[in-house]
Ligand binder design. Sequence first.
Ligand SMILES: [Zn+2]
Ligand SMILES: [Zn+2]
Length: 351
Amino acid sequence: MKALVYHGQDHFGIVERPKPQVTAATDAVVKLSKTTICGTDLHILKGDVPSVQHGRILGHEGLGTIESVGSGVSSFKLGDRVIISCITACGACHYCWRGMPSHCTSGGWILGNTIDGTQAEYVRIPHADTSLHHIPSATDTAVDEDALVMISDILPTALECGTMNGRITPGASVAVVGAGPVGLAAVLTAQLYSPVLVIVIDRDPARLAVAQRLGATHIIHAGADGDVVRRVLEITDGRGVDTAIEAVGIAQTFELCQDLIGVGGTIANVGVHGGKADLHLEKLWDRNVAITTRLVDAVTSPMLVELLAAGKLDAKALATHSFKFSDVEKAYAAFGDAGTSQALKVIINFD
Ligand SMILES: [Zn+2]
Ligand SMILES: [Zn+2]
């Protein structure tokens, strides 16, 4: 089979690899029909993720058809259409029982990290029963498959780490700092809770325009619209926001969230941070503020599939570009240079 393999910093390409086989009774092998690229994949290519060894097949998102299953798999059979979760869950360890399969002792984020991933014609999925989701059959509801790819990672990430951790309630004010794919998915999922204000802050006017289409009530072009904090205080009658969602992953934006948060508010960190950030307790200690962190557990994915099937989330808007798998390197170029290509999520289709 053809697979996209990481060969070390800035080196990757399609190579021929043996088709994966079921090696444990709880495994399934999935023939991919669609995959996509994540910001994490770009970090890997920069050499920022030391757990990824040279020779690893990249990717942790996608959907396809069950090709083979182990004898211990009960929920899936040959030919079933499935969505692959970025988080592999055994369903039985300490962390899985506590609802945190992102920390599963024999799973978590392993695809395209410590085991071969989804940017290949076939992928082996361990703990298949608790790590795959059925695609709603076309006879029930025809859900766009590009939108379903967003179930693999960015929709549950935005919902669990941003919207739910941010404790958005009806009538709340929300600031989303960063309008990349996950920040925009946070704009979508925040609206499930009926906030009255959704303020989106970014440096890219094209992404802000998308945020507005997806339901942002206010957009602030950082660097062009004057002082961001003053602008947010104007919009919120001087109170600051009830929820600030950090969806960038740098110190500057985490510190900005501390300036935007109102009394009783929650800062929900979604961004992946590679460095330290200052915590201004001298300003926050008496403001009844909570700060949350989380790695996506993908425990909301079955519910998100139902929301998509019911037409309650416009996730298709996040899929801006399509490529054939043979052009996957072009897909990486478009995704990596989003400022020029205006790419959000790039869908990669297999023959
Ligand atoms: Zn991802
Ligand atoms: Zn587990």
